[in-house]
Design a protein around this ligand. Structure first.
Ligand SMILES: Nc1ncnc2c1ncn2[C@@H]1O[C@H](COP(=O)(O)OP(=O)(O)OP(=O)(O)O)[C@@H](O)[C@H]1O
Length: 269
């Protein structure tokens, strides 16, 4: 991959390169922080505690996978951490911004400008070509695409020669790489992925996961991925385990076998 800093648009360079401000307490190194986050759906006797007092810090430029049995709170965690939903209590920080305090409109603008999403469904627009799909978030934010950076992103995801193709002319793995390029083009503070390889064959899944891993290190990108798949999770720097809405442990640099073993102890998955 080419040197990121040489092609990053000027306005983004300081966010990657600037040293911490004097007196800063880890603000530049923690991308995502949850403090005592709980989420309760419904009330009274029908209330469900989907997240139960979660506190954690995800450092910048790291790739974290979140696993847990069905119903353990993974999707709820992703939605709260990414500002798609508000916790019932506790706070969620992205860099220096407490996103859990923002009103829905401000939260939606913040998400647009600072957070990237990749889902199992690629959500590409069929009438637009690869380049137009990738630059759509910039267009919606009223920003212009930096040609050099766009080329860098497209080449990094292996689609430099497919810029004018429509999604229907691409494989599933290529379409997911367009979705990743679209998420990266705004150089978000964090990228959240929900089962990004769920619809892919194992070869395409491997390419996408290797891309995510490279992206964390070389794009200075913080990535959080929810998955059911121990092989997918093994690409992450750290795997977090949820059970009954609680954070019950983690493994650093895990093997798929270690992950599967831990999951087996946590219940049905
Ligand atoms: N909108 C909702 N209203 C009520 N309960 C909900 C709602 N969304 C989720 N839940 C409940 O919250 C708990 C956590 O759900 P969540 O979808 O976060 O789990 P998950 O780990 O992502 O599950 P899965 O692996 O099956 O997708 C579950 O008990 C679920 O039934």
């Amino acid at each position: 991959m080419a040197n990121l800093h040489s092609v990053l648009p000027m306005k983004n360079r300081h966010s990657v390169l600037a040293p911490p401000a004097p007196g800063a307490t880890g603000a530049r190194t923690s991308a995502v922080r949850l403090e005592g986050v709980s989420k309760v759906y419904g009330n009274g006797r029908g209330a469900v505690t989907a997240l139960d007092n979660i506190s954690l810090t995800l450092p910048r430029s790291t790739f974290t996978a979140v696993m847990g049995p069905s119903g353990s709170g993974k999707s709820t965690f992703l939605h709260c951490a990414a500002g798609l939903d508000r916790p019932s209590s506790g706070s969620v920080w992205l860099g220096n911004t407490e996103i859990s305090q923002l009103k829905p409109k401000a939260r939606s603008i913040f998400r647009r400008d600072h957070i990237g999403f990749v889902f199992q469904a690629y959500n590409l627009l069929g009438a637009l070509d690869v380049e137009q799909n990738v630059t759509l978030p910039l267009l919606l934010a009223g920003r212009r695409a930096d040609k050099q950076y766009l080329t860098f992103v497209l080449e990094s995801v292996g689609l430099g020669s497919h810029r004018k193709r429509k999604p229907s002319e691409l494989s599933g793995g290529q379409q997911q790489r367009v979705a990743i390029a679209r998420a990266l083009v705004t150089h978000p503070d964090a990228l959240f992925a929900d089962e990004p390889t769920g619809a892919l064959d194992s070869r395409s899944a491997k390419q996408v996961l290797e891309l995510l891993r490279r992206t964390a290190a070389e794009f200075d990108q913080t990535i959080v991925m929810v998955t059911h798949d121990p092989v997918a999770a093994s690409y992450a720097d750290r795997v977090l385990f949820l059970a009954d809405g609680k954070l019950v442990g983690h493994i650093d640099r895990p093997t798929p076998q270690q992950i599967a073993e831990r999951m087996t102890h946590l219940g049905d998955w």
